[in-house]
Design a protein around this ligand. Structure first.
Ligand code: SF4
Ligand code: SF4
Length: 472
């Protein structure tokens, strides 16, 4: 029986959002989960029907409802395909919040993991940095190597050893150690921008943050990067923690008052998609509502911003860079900018292909700008990736909670990458970077997986005769 008294995310949602779907089915061929199962419930149309039934009071959130919402990738391919303009992003966030609020999926283990990750670790990035440093020690003193060689992992539950294998390489230096709080523009200052260094991006890909700041400075931007920042909250919003996402949005606005900057820059597709909708998140907050509207207009993805202001050319051909020692893993190779057989060779054209982060292309509709940026890098030839906007299976923490589906999507992506003959795969989201690095490693592929901005930063350094920075 419907419980009319219970506060409900979906029932309280603007009904014009809930009832917009006209059941045409045009989104179905673009949905990876429907493509895999051909079950209506696993399609955007089926999920929206479930959400509407709850909004209409005809259905209570059940375990099946909650599981369905977490089987959805949140990739938003359906939103791009929909001719009726259904706002699936909003529906999806409220549907997961509904599932959490109802407690349908509660279990002691799940509650513990969610409390640790969402309520503790990602609410204070100092804690995330501390945990990352512990993992770094585990990796660097050889404990990880020993554990993997000893066979101990084989006696652990299969899922635990799979998760251990996915542990990313933690960098020695995080963003605050690589980037000054204020980086002056190189040449005439044209803009003053803020740079968000992200949560997981900071310990895993601080080099991408450093490269982003360097490129911004070379394009006339003074860059402000606070050493202590907050998570943007997309992880929380996408996992049903609406209240925590609101708190993090307020913190971000307070840390980077939007009226003080020409732009607030993010280089992560998933974060950018969320950061541009703070006004909706804080619509009922009289203190932050107006500032959130200004914030939304100022947030820019790095590719979007550079194309908007005009990219300074990297005049000379990108050549091989040299280093003393070789990095030991694919991720380190991707982070370091080190060249190899799989990277840019002197006087040769190197084939690069581009995988689109779902939340950059479907969430923010930014598709041409990253390609344009890659075409501006001397020595690279961009070859289109078949199904470039089809999810790679990373999808936030989807590869952790839905390993089978995520693995199938990764396989599909890797086969397409192989078909291009590319030596470099560029992608602009830390989750996609990690997923593709793992996929390439599992297949034994000698591929460099890299953020587009790092390729441009390398081209600038080489044009200027600046030696490559020490890998973090
Ligand atoms: S967000 Fe992606 S997985 Fe979810 S319904 Fe839409 S297309 Fe399907
Ligand atoms: S979500 Fe859009 S494309 Fe999909 S069935 Fe509804 S109206 Fe059609």
């Amino acid at each position: 029986m419907p419980n009319a008294a219970r506060h409900s995310h979906l029932r309280d949602l603007d009904y014009s959002v809930v009832q917009q779907c006209m059941h045409c089915g045009l989104c179905l061929p673009t949905c990876p989960t429907y493509d895999a199962t051909k079950i209506e419930r696993n399609s955007p149309r089926g999920r929206i029907a479930l959400m509407r039934a709850i909004a209409d009071g005809q259905l209570e959130p059940t375990v099946a409802f909650g599981e369905e919402m977490y089987f959805c990738l949140g990739c938003l391919a359906c939103q791009t395909a929909c001719p009726a303009g259904v706002n699936y992003a909003e529906l999806f966030e409220h549907a997961r919040a509904e599932a959490e609020q109802s407690g349908a999926l509660k279990s002691p283990r799940r509650n513990l993991i969610r409390t640790f990750a969402l309520k503790w670790l990602f609410m204070d990035l100092g804690r995330l940095r501390f945990v990352s440093r512990v993992i770094r020690i585990y990796q660097r003193i050889g404990l990880q190597f020993l554990l993997r060689r000893s066979g101990v992992l084989k006696v652990l539950p299969k899922r635990l050893s799979e998760l251990e294998a996915m542990t990313p390489v933690i960098q020695a230096q995080f963003s605050a150690e690589l980037i000054a709080p204020v980086t002056p523009a190189i040449g005439a200052k044209r803009f003053r921008v803020a740079m968000l260094t992200g949560c997981a991006q900071d310990p895993i890909f601080s080099n991408v943050n450093r490269d982003t700041v360097e490129v911004l400075a070379r394009n006339g931007c003074e860059v402000i990067t606070l050493p202590k920042q907050s998570c943007c909250g997309s992880l929380h919003a996408h996992n049903g923690e609406w209240g925590l996402a609101q708190e993090l949005a307020r913190r971000n606005i307070a840390q980077f008052p939007p009226d003080q900057f020409d732009a607030i820059i993010t280089n992560a597709g998933g974060c950018g998609s969320h950061l541009k909708h703070f006004a909706k998140l804080l619509a009922d907050d009289s203190e932050y509502r107006e500032r959130a509207k200004v914030w939304d207009k100022k947030v820019k993805d790095i590719h979007e911003w550079l194309i908007e202001i005009g990219i300074e050319s990297a005049r000379h051909t990108l050549r091989s860079s040299r280093r003393e020692s070789a990095p030991s893993s694919l991720q380190e190779k991707s982070q370091s900018g080190l060249t190899s057989a799989a990277t840019v060779q002197e006087s040769e054209t190197t084939v690069v292909t581009y995988h689109e982060s779902c939340h950059l292309c479907h969430g923010q509709k930014i598709t041409a700008q990253p390609r344009e940026l890659l075409r501006r890098v001397p020595g690279l030839k961009l070859v289109e990736l078949p199904e470039s906007s089809w999810c790679c299976g990373s999808a936030g923490i989807y590869n952790l909670i839905q390993p089978q589906m995520a693995g199938e999507l990764l396989q599909r992506k890797i086969q397409h990458i192989k078909s291009t003959g590319a030596q470099i795969v560029a992608t602009a989201n830390p989750g996609c970077l990690l997923q593709l690095i793992n996929g390439a490693r599992n297949e034994g592929l000698n591929l460099r997986i890299v953020h587009p901005i790092s390729l441009l930063a390398e081209a600038y350094r080489q044009a200027a005769g600046t030696p490559p920075p020490t890998p973090p």
